[in-house]
Design a protein around this ligand. Structure first.
Ligand code: 5MY
Ligand code: ATP
Length: 426
């Protein structure tokens, strides 16, 4: 099912008021967005001169996925006792001089570093494919949901620092293999993690927003619910908490979306909150539900669903041999079926505001106002890494398994799959 991932929360020292107002809409640009990167214009190296320390940052681990590790940058603390915390500077090699980036500009970003594997793309190919292949798909009014990507060269010392954080625990790797980090380069992206007291971000993987073209006519499950049922049965992956059928998400089923969002905002088992300083979780749930069920998030999900359908009309088992673009298009569809949607609620409470000049009140979205509290919701798409052609056989294998083992046919009570609950379906 489309599911909620545990979105990160920013480290205290990475939070600066200038980035809190709109952390996702950073004005800072490290490079022109149209450039196709072949030589790196931006670099990271250890700060060596005392004058550089003012602009230096330290790295903090933020999160890890199957294919990438994500780090935050916090201003370097000269007085910190942790001597292991090394200072790094981000700089731009210009035509006539070297420009060191202000630490504040860097701390509004995250550094995303790829794991190395033959089936995973490199940082450079992610950046170039993002510019050339992914961006054009969102030019019809959806471009503001994309995150600006900067490809950046890392010095050996920066690479060692990023790897050092995995000294005491291994990187997550596929069953039976070990993973390593490719620290030659990285990508800088806007930091969309929650900022306690100001913003709350949830991460949703929408997955397959339309049925697989290879699913049997009489299917009772969509492709994502079928995969989830198979994994659950085989206990290959732990059951993802707080799931929703992607078809229900795409059609804007408010009741199920509300259950999904409120489930994702529940406290931990020990009663603590993952994100502190949230004034009224009910209002946040209502605002996020409205955003996804009927608001801009609904239009975005509809656009992604259309793209998924357009780029894979026949299914991986029945690829059209006469179409020269078939593999390219399938890879695109699979990329859009595995992206993440970061949904951020930002609030403003008039009753305890004495910082209204620094933080202007947000524009309200439907269902987002309660008393003196106003909530604005916005979202960004992440993990639009163009899938590599080496994955084709894996995709075929998975689809064959789903069809031949009958995973599309079954249906578990309470699953609420959009295929089984379609009107007229027995
Ligand atoms: O096959 P799926 O639909 O389960 O998707 C895989 C994802 O599983 P999920 O269903 O989201 O739990 C899987 O996510 P997790 O490892 O479960 O977090 C990966 O995103 C994988 O892509 P890649 O190998 O990193 O390029 C994804 O593989 P692709 O099929 O997109 O290549
Ligand atoms: N721009 C960002 N700002 C803040 N946190 C982020 C950002 N991008 C990613 N993250 C965090 O890092 C985690 C891993 O990132 P990402 O999804 O890019 O990795 P991945 O390896 O491609 O994931 P998957 O396991 O889905 O393949 C995300 O789940 C999210 O928690």
């Amino acid at each position: 099912m489309g599911y909620f991932k545990d979105a990160p929360v920013r480290h205290d020292s990475a939070i600066d008021q200038s980035t809190v107002t709109s952390p996702q809409m950073s004005k800072f640009r490290l490079s022109p967005s149209t450039e196709t990167d072949t030589a790196h214009k931006f670099h990271v190296r250890k700060a060596t001169k005392p004058a550089e320390l003012r602009k230096a940052v330290s790295f903090r681990y933020l999160a890890e996925g199957a294919a990438n590790v994500v780090y935050e940058m916090v201003p370097y603390d000269v007085y910190a006792e942790d001597l292991d915390d090394a200072p790094f500077i981000f700089y731009e090699l210009g035509s006539d001089d070297t420009k060191v980036c202000r630490s504040l500009d860097v701390t509004s970003k995250v550094l995303r570093v790829c794991k190395s594997s033959p089936k995973l793309p490199s940082g450079l190919s992610i950046k170039n494919n993002f510019e050339d292949v992914i961006k054009p798909l969102f030019q019809s009014g959806f471009e503001h949901y994309l995150m600006h990507h900067d490809h950046i060269a890392l010095s050996d010392s920066a690479g060692s620092e990023l790897k050092r954080m995995f000294k005491n625990r291994p990187l997550k790797a596929a069953k039976g293999s070990t993973a390593s980090l490719d620290t030659a380069t990285g990508l800088l992206l806007p930091n969309v993690a929650s900022v306690p007291g100001h913003t709350l971000t949830i991460e949703i993987k929408p997955k397959w927003l339309a049925q697989s073209p290879n699913a049997p006519e009489d299917a009772h499950r969509c492709r994502t619910c079928a995969v989830r049922a198979m994994f659950h049965h085989k206990q290959e992956k732990t059951k993802k908490a707080y799931t929703i059928c992607p078809l229900q998400l795409a059609t804007g089923n408010s009741d199920l979306i509300q259950i999904f969002i409120s489930g994702s905002l529940k406290p931990r088992e020990d009663g603590s909150w993952k994100v502190e300083g949230v004034p009224d979780r009910g209002v946040i749930v209502a605002a996020m539900t409205a955003y996804l069920a009927t608001g801009p998030g609904h239009a975005l999900l509809g656009h992604i669903r259309e793209l998924q359908e357009q780029h894979d009309p026949h299914g991986v088992l029945d690829l059209d041999p006469t179409d020269p673009d078939v593999q390219h298009n399938l890879r695109l569809a699979m990329t859009l079926r595995d992206c993440s949607l970061f949904v951020t609620a930002r609030w403003h409470d008039k009753s305890n505001s004495n910082s209204s000049e620094a933080t202007p009140p947000p524009t309200p979205t439907p269902g987002s106002k309660s008393g003196t509290l106003t909530v604005e919701v916005e979202s960004k798409l992440g993990d639009l890494d163009f899938k590599s052609p080496e994955k084709l056989e894996d995709w075929k294998e998975k689809e064959r398994e789903l069809v031949s083992q009958g995973w599309y046919a079954g249906n578990t009570p309470g699953e609420e799959c959009g295929v089984a609950t379609k009107p007229g379906r027995k």
